[in-house]
Design a protein around this ligand. Sequence first.
Ligand code: NAP
Length: 249
Amino acid sequence: MGKLQGKVAVITGGSSGIGLATAARFVAEGAYVFITGRRQAELDRAKAIIGSNVTAVQGDIANLDDLDRLYEIVRREKGGLDIIVASAGYVEVLPTESVTPEHFDKTFGINARGTYFTVQKALPLLRDGGSVVLVASGMHIKGFPAYGVYAATKAAIRSFTRTWAAEFKSRGIRVNTLSPGLIETPIIDGQFDSKEEADGARAMFKQITPLGRIGRADEMAAAALFLASDESSYSTGIDLIADGGITQL
Ligand SMILES: NC(=O)c1ccc[n+]([C@@H]2O[C@H](COP(=O)([O-])OP(=O)(O)OC[C@H]3O[C@@H](n4cnc5c(N)ncnc54)[C@H](OP(=O)(O)O)[C@@H]3O)[C@@H](O)[C@H]2O)c1
């Protein structure tokens, strides 16, 4: 029997990268998943990859009406929810002198505010004993130049984890953060102007990561599975860092 047999999960950002690998792994472990993202074509592609036990719901986590629509679909189709993996996130690399109010508001609007209301709006559906996994980043621990606003949104997510772990414990709902290091997903190429620049970042991270390589999305899915399942039944409020040791050694 799978580790998530009969469970219902919402995975924001489930159309790509870490969210998609997590959705596929959860289905393989017996779950039914609702995946979200803004681009319908990516959702269609992800749905085909996952194959079964998946509903794709187009929507922007920064748009509260989209979140209401998502949870209305979950309520109609499944009546409740056991797991949330909040993986949807946005990154734009900008040194401090180039940061605009628009960059600041967009980054916080998606990563911090969007993640916050993804969880808040799920609460009426989230069953006692559930598990919430918030995808942050090892960046919230480090001081990487040009990632200041992004890193701060991830520090906010790490903080939500502690508050919610305390607030929801009486219902047996555990809340944990997953903080990846550099993981090979489309978000890497997406944050640079050219393939050469992106490859430069890959080489730099490979060099400074103690395990000597970039991580894989399936490794993050394994970590998310640990946090989402009873395998982590005595963990709440933690930050599971899966980063090849970059923030630790
Ligand atoms: N890969 C890494 O190196 C790394 C490292 C540390 C942390 N992370 C975090 O891991 C999470 C997943 O990233 P990834 O690497 O899997 O990147 P990815 O492959 O680009 O996936 C990002 C996903 O989030 C969705 N998304 C983005 N903005 C959204 C929004 N406003 N509303 C709804 N969905 C949205 C994207 O779909 P649409 O674009 O179609 O909306 C996509 O499905 C992010 O929170 C990221 O910050 C990644």
